[in-house]
Design a protein around this ligand. Structure first.
Ligand code: ADP
Ligand code: MG
Length: 393
């Protein structure tokens, strides 16, 4: 996806006011009625309509008149709101090249004022499809709370909270710098995903380190749930960093054993195929013991001794609520189920007219309460910075 941050520099205060008004409206509407946007934005002399046209031109909004005249944010529109809020906060000053495309994320480099380069992950939960919700009537009834905006924001919130907690407990993860909406800023890992690596100096050591991480995580009460060669970064000195945390679960999850075994199996399979490792030997060579392992040398979930309360304690402090955890988990698990169910189809998430709207734009100035809309932040692309050779306004 193209993220043309140059556009960001030309957007006015009113543009952001209207963009923010659409975001607020989307708390209760998949498509926000134009007239509601106007009421929230409160621009003088019908200014909202002109601004909407401009935002539409830059693909920050999508126009929909199938049921009534209205707009919704595009990913790009949501990206701009998050980027602007973080630029205003001084988190970074420039957005650079795209360095990763995940299943449900886009990763870019961003630069701080002092030139430090960080990674920006923009979550796109539900990008592939919303088919997961098709067979679940209760999802559909409450589907306005399952839109991509909410889910992507939850994914970012969860990822940030878990990354911080893991970092505090000495796990090799990127440093969690900041989050806003669906966006997480973290330190840039100077390496490659393991999947791109064809040769290792010490495959046994790397393998042991990685399996050791799965076990240590479980001891601290966590399972990664997507622990594979795509989510393990490795540097030239073969240092490991794990990434990608929105789907992590507690060891008390009802499917914990299955998730744990799956993570372990992925690593075994990859090292067997890519580096020809034969595990019984390598395990004996390295630590000389088979304790807590099955006959194939794999760690047993049931043999892991847990230190209680880690997950709950850390996450209660992070502001990531139980309800939010349930919402995102239900989506992720529902999606996994639907992936194995070939007759599921995509669902159109256009909102029912009878769904209640609690935002009417009348009670108070909603925009004044919404952070980031009044300050005029500046952002520039790395290219612009490099070519000008100086700080730009
Ligand atoms: P997804 O959830 O979409 O799989 P990931 O977090 O796994 O997203 O990131 C996708 C890709 O982006 C990774 O495989 C990696 O190449 C790159 N990436 C992600 N985070 C970082 C980081 N902190 N530093 C460097 N590259 C990263
Ligand atoms: Mg990934």
């Amino acid at each position: 996806m193209k993220l043309d941050v140059d556009v960001l520099r030309y957007l006015s205060k009113d543009d952001f006011r209207v963009l923010t008004a659409v975001e607020l409206g989307m708390r209760n509407h998949e498509i926000v009625p134009t007239e509601l946007i106007d009421r929230i934005a409160r621009l003088k002399h019908g200014g909202t309509y002109k601004v909407l046209k401009n935002l539409l031109k830059h693909k920050l909004l999508h126009h929909d008149s199938s049921k009534y005249d209205g707009f919704r944010l595009t990913y790009l529109g949501y990206d701009f709101l998050a980027i602007k809020a973080m630029v205003n906060k001084g988190v970074f000053v420039a957005v650079g090249r795209q360095i990763g495309v995940g299943k449900e994320s886009d990763i870019f480099e961003v630069a701080r004022e002092d030139g430090t380069v960080l990674a920006m992950k923009l979550h796109r939960l539900g990008r592939t499809s919303f088919r997961a919700v098709k067979s679940k009537r209760d999802y559909l009834r409450h589907r306005s709370s399952y839109n991509w905006l909410y889910l992507s924001r939850l994914a970012a919130l969860k990822e940030f909270a878990f990354m911080k907690a893991l970092e505090n407990h000495g796990f090799p993860v990127p440093n969690a710098v900041e989050h806003n909406r669906h966006c997480v800023i973290m330190s840039l890992v100077q390496g490659y995903p393991l999947v791109q690596v064809k040769q290792l100096e010490n495959p046994e050591v790397v393998f042991e380190t990685i399996i050791g991480l799965v076990v240590r995580l479980a001891e601290r009460g966590l399972i990664h749930c997507d622990f594979n060669e795509f989510n393990i970064m490795i540097e030239d000195d073969e240092k490991i960093t794990m990434i990608d945390f929105p789907q992590m679960v507690s060891v008390s999850h009802r499917n914990a054993q299955m998730y744990f075994d799956r993570d372990v199996e992925c690593i075994f399979k990859f090292f067997r195929k890519r580096f020809n490792l034969s595990f019984e030997e390598s395990l004996d060579d390295i630590d000389g013991s088979d304790e807590g392992k099955d006959e194939a040398g794999k760690p047993c979930f049931s043999a892991i001794e847990r230190s209680a309360g880690f997950l709950d304690r850390e996450l209660a402090a992070s502001g990531f609520t139980r309800k939010e955890e349930e919402d995102i988990q239900r989506f992720i698990e529902g999606r996994a189920e639907s992936d194995t169910n070939s007759d599921s189809e995509d669902v159109d998430l256009v909102e029912d007219e009878n769904e209640a709207s609690t935002i009417d734009g009348n009670s108070s100035d909603l925009l004044e309460q919404n952070e980031g809309c009044e300050n005029q932040g500046k952002v520039e692309s790395c290219e612009a910075r490099e070519s000008s050779g100086s700080e730009k306004e």
